[in-house]
Design a protein around this ligand. Structure first.
Ligand code: FO1
Length: 311
């Protein structure tokens, strides 16, 4: 069975570790969001690609969620001392990833080829693809305490401002002109099933589906989503703040409704069991109910198996 998984950062990383215990790792191709990418210190940082890479390579920091385990921040401490931009924490080992990615981009290599090189360097057998080689950037229209509106890049909203500002609108700049990275549409066409990882439906899966050609390639086969919302709150991140901006209620039902007319099945947490009939009745999806808290790889495997059992 061939699978394609659409992925954001931490939630996707945890889920994919479980998925590759449930099926052969090379049977799944992961298509990753790049809307969160940012250029800082002259470096190209792709947080979601790096999160998925580090989780699959089992070098992710499980407590922090992002970045690498056993990380040090000596360079960042020095940047701070020197008066540079230290609001976005780049670990010393993580910096190596950004240095080589930036160098290869400067040499004209596409992000997809670089992502594949980094995947192989981490000895991951699951193909990883950025959603596009073209720049797509998520911008947030923030409203500050004085009622002034400012566009901010996603990472400035989330890390720089701690996700505190009210968001009025979200844009995926460049998406309309972007094309799917080589292999994305082909992998979807070859896949028996598409999985939507438990990632933020608005700013993680949303940008992937906004690249022309990706959503259009999907219909005609089962599409199984996994809720990133448990008991009305996200397991990680800012989905509770951003789902209402997209007109979605902050619940497993809201997460499922983000994939209305796309997903055929949805996995929800046992704490949300009462929402199953609503998802089935109003959205026409088959629902699986399980404990979706992925505290370790075995728990993540249970969630992945629940998704696969919906097939
Ligand atoms: N998240 C934070 O909350 N603070 C950080 O300083 C931070 C740095 C960072 C560096 C590299 C990286 O790959 C991810 C990083 N993240 C950080 C996570 C990131 O902001 C988001 O969680 C993802 O973009 C959302 O998927």
């Amino acid at each position: 069975m061939k699978l394609v998984a659409l992925a954001g950062g931490v939630g996707a990383g945890k889920f994919l570790r479980g998925l590759v215990r449930a099926i052969p790792p090379s049977d799944v191709t992961v298509v990753v969001n790049t809307g969160d990418d940012i250029e800082l210190h002259g470096l190209h940082i792709s947080p979601d690609i790096d999160s998925v890479t580090y989780w699959l390579a089992d070098v992710a920091d499980r407590e922090r969620g992002w970045g690498r385990a056993k990380e040090t921040f000596t360079a960042m401490d020095k940047v701070r001392e020197l008066g540079g931009q230290a609001w976005f924490g780049l670990g010393d080992q993580d910096l190596a990833t950004h240095l080589v990615r930036t160098q290869w981009l400067a040499e004209g290599k596409p992000l997809s080829e670089i992502t594949d090189r980094l995947r192989r360097a981490h000895e991951i057998s699951t193909p990883l693809l950025p959603m596009s080689d073209d720049p797509v950037r998520t911008w947030m229209l923030e409203v500050d305490d004085e009622g002034m509106e400012h566009y901010q890049p996603f990472q400035m909203y989330w890390v720089g401002h701690g996700g505190r500002c009210h968001v009025k609108e979200i844009r995926f700049e460049g998406a309309d002109d972007a094309t799917p990275a080589p292999g994305v549409v082909e992998a979807i066409a070859d896949a028996d099933t598409i999985l939507l990882c438990p990632s933020n439906p608005v700013v993680s899966i949303g940008p992937i589906l906004s690249v022309p050609g990706i959503r259009e390639a999907i219909p005609g086969r089962p599409v199984i989503g996994v809720s990133p919302i448990v008991a009305g709150a996200p397991l990680a991140g800012m989905a509770d703040k951003l789902m209402p901006v997209a007109g979605l209620e902050v619940s497993a039902f809201g997460a499922a409704s983000a994939y209305k007319d796309l997903a055929t099945g949805f996995v929800i947490d046992e704490r949300d069991e009462a929402l199953a009939t609503r998802i089935e009745g109003e959205l026409g999806m088959r629902v699986a109910v399980t404990d979706t808290i992925m505290s370790d790889d075995a728990a993540a495997e249970r969630v992945a198996r629940a998704a696969l059992e919906l097939l």
